[in-house]
Design a protein around this ligand. Structure first.
Ligand code: PGA
Length: 259
């Protein structure tokens, strides 16, 4: 494989703290799997809450499982935490790290950096979320994204680059944000050009293998525009991933655009 070849496009569902019961989680997962059974070229990932992972693992091979967080380090006295190794041993292959909802709870770039390194060491592929809370006319938010990337990826080797995914999620466009606004494919494309430059400065040509996703109220209506004009290799989908039909429509749109 050449250094700058992107592998498959990817659509990843972030279920957040949903749904209420294992029964509902199984239904959502099974329904999604049914709708996407003929998908071949798109990687499909679902990130449910930890406690549903084991059961869902047995229901579909087509949907790869991801976690929404993990904890750096080995087994030990870390009450309430789940390690990257435990997740890997369960069959999980991706982990969302640095999501804005976790940063709001106090997670720092340094915390995220530790999680990224231990996840990579255990075989999990990190989906590193970056994004600004708001935009202003002097474009400070580019510096913020640069800092989020540089600090979170500090010490990560070039050989790991291909295993990393970056999700650009402007917080002001996420469905859970009060008075949210729609981001446009142009907003995404400007930022992904910038992100690719930061990644190139760090990883050199290996940066070409890092996939970048857009996240922020992605839905079947705008998925095609973001995938075509947003400069991205896929989507990180929150609310719409809780609806099997909507999520699979997004996957199918991505599949149709996959060459
Ligand atoms: P949303 O969530 O699609 O509901 O905006 C995206 C995310 O927060 O990962």
């Amino acid at each position: 494989m050449t250094k700058n070849k992107i592998t498959k496009k990817i659509v990843c569902g972030n279920w957040k703290m949903n749904p209420r019961s294992l029964k509902e989680a199984e239904k959502l997962f099974n329904d999604t799997a049914k709708h996407i059974s003929d998908i071949k070229k798109t990687e499909i990932v679902a990130c449910p809450p930890f406690l549903y992972l084991e059961k869902l693992k047995k229901l579909s091979k087509k949907i790869i499982l991801g976690a929404q967080d993990d904890f750096p380090g080995d087994v030990g006295a870390f009450t309430g935490e789940v390690s990257a190794e435990m997740l890997y041993n369960l069959g999980v292959r991706y982990v969302i790290l640095g999501h804005s909802e976790r940063r709001t709870l106090g997670e720092s770039n340094l915390d995220i950096n530790k999680k990224i390194k231990s996840s990579l060491a255990m075989g999990l592929k990190p989906i590193l979320c970056v994004g600004e809370r708001e935009r202003n006319d002097n474009h400070d938010y580019f510096n913020l994204i640069k800092m989020q990337l540089e600090e979170a990826l500090e010490g990560v080797s070039k050989t790991s680059a291909a295993k990393i995914i970056i999700a650009y999620e402007p917080i002001w466009a996420i469905s859970s944000t009060k008075n949210r606004k729609d981001a446009t494919p142009k907003d995404s494309s400007e930022m992904t050009i910038f992100i690719r430059r930061v990644l190139f400065d760090k990883f050199g040509p290996d940066a070409g293998r890092i996939r970048i996703l857009y996240g922020g109220s992605a839905n079947p209506r705008d998925a095609e525009d973001f995938l075509k004009d947003g400069g991205v290799d896929g989507l990180l989908v929150g609310r719409a991933s809780l609806d099997a039909k909507k999520f699979s429509q997004i996957v199918k749109i991505c599949e149709a655009l996959n060459k």
